[in-house]
Design a binder for this molecule. Structure first.
Ligand SMILES: [Zn+2]
Length: 343
């Protein structure tokens, strides 16, 4: 007999997991329309993961993710359901646990315990201590859905302390030579780690572009004591003019002072050249070794990779760990399983 069945885990404008009586959607992408009776889960506040906040669905995220999103987008989220790291939510016969992802303030993984299987969706993860986050820890699961942004053997980052020291050394040299050391980064996550780096290890004043200041403010409301000046305030403008400070601004921020010595902080710095920038391989993501260690510890029956070096990491997982791995099936549409088997 022909039966209709859905893939239990698939990509369909987001990651869709069908288990028990629930159909849950994680990090939906733009264009995903969801009514008020649906449940979406948002792992963190980077803009490639936050489209779910614009839907009508019930939005489950950490309070920190919600606040960073509201602060950066200037929007109020309706139907938000904040849930803290370490807490769990019950959906009929499915339990969803919220675990730290170590990627930025409020970033989380979702661990599902359903009647037929368990699954862990990592979102973006980082598995080492930073100045603002704790490492993501793996849990055992049947299915692991994981990123592979740096899932290539050539991406093995130097120790974080070494990169921090390189950043400070470069910054001090630029200041001595009367240039304005300027980091061009995203608004949230990495910049706060850099602000804290200068606060903890130097006396160099830190000036931040307004978008970064807004994310700084959410960090400070959560117990961080980031010390910085906003570049749009008189004190921030004065510090930039007088020099002797470090400036942290966003990629899109077009006003960079003429005496700026520009730098980027990204994992891509390991292999890519950034013309007219000094590049530091400071990443918020797990590198290749961290990914393999994480997967080995989670010891799943199968690994689905949703982004990055999908083919390369899948082959490595199968060869080194003996675990089945590959991309997510695309479309969570119903399919004729028995019909396929009969062909
Ligand atoms: Zn991210």
């Amino acid at each position: 007999m022909t039966t209709l069945q859905e893939d239990p885990i698939a990509a369909n404008k987001g990651i869709v997991i069908n288990t028990g009586s629930s159909r849950l959607i994680f990090d939906p992408t733009p264009g995903r329309r969801l009514g008020e009776d649906r449940d979406v889960f948002i792992t963190h506040a980077h803009s490639d993961h936050t489209s779910g906040f614009a839907t009508s669905a019930r939005k489950h995220s950490t309070p920190e993710t919600l606040h960073i999103y509201e602060s950066l987008s200037n929007r109020r989220v309706k139907n938000g359901r904040p849930v803290k790291i370490g807490e769990k939510i019950q959906f009929d016969d499915v339990e969803v646990r919220v675990l730290d992802a170590g990627h930025m303030l409020g970033s989380c993984q979702f661990h599902l315990i359903g009647p037929e299987f368990t699954a862990l969706y990592t979102g973006d993860i980082n598995c080492v201590d930073t100045l603002t986050t704790k490492p993501a820890l793996p849990v055992h699961c049947d299915f692991l859905i994981i990123e592979a942004t740096y899932g290539h053997p050539s991406y093995v980052f130097p120790p974080r302390d070494t990169i921090y020291a390189d950043i400070i050394r470069w910054t001090m040299t630029e200041i001595q030579e009367d240039r304005l050391p300027t980091f061009q980064v995203y608004s949230s996550g990495k910049p706060q780690d850099i602000v804290r780096l200068f606060n903890v290890y130097t006396n160099i004043p830190v000036v931040c572009a307004p978008a970064i200041s807004r994310a700084n403010q959410v960090h400070n409301e959560n117990g961080y004591q980031l010390d910085y000046l906003d570049s749009s305030t008189p004190a921030g403008k004065r510090a930039l003019k007088e020099r002797g400070c470090v400036y942290i601004t966003t990629n899109r921020h077009d006003h960079v002072p003429r005496n700026a010595a520009r730098a980027v902080a990204t994992g891509w710095a390991l292999r890519e050249a950034f013309r007219s920038f000094t590049a530091f391989p400071l990443s918020s993501h797990a590198d290749y070794n961290q990914l393999l260690q994480f997967i080995s510890a989670a010891n799943p029956k199968a690994v689905y990779i949703f982004t990055g070096y999908i083919d390369i990491l899948s082959a490595q997982i199968e060869r080194k760990l003996g675990i089945k791995a590959g991309p997510l099936p695309v479309h969570a549409q119903t399919k004729l399983l028995d019909f396929q088997k009969a062909r």
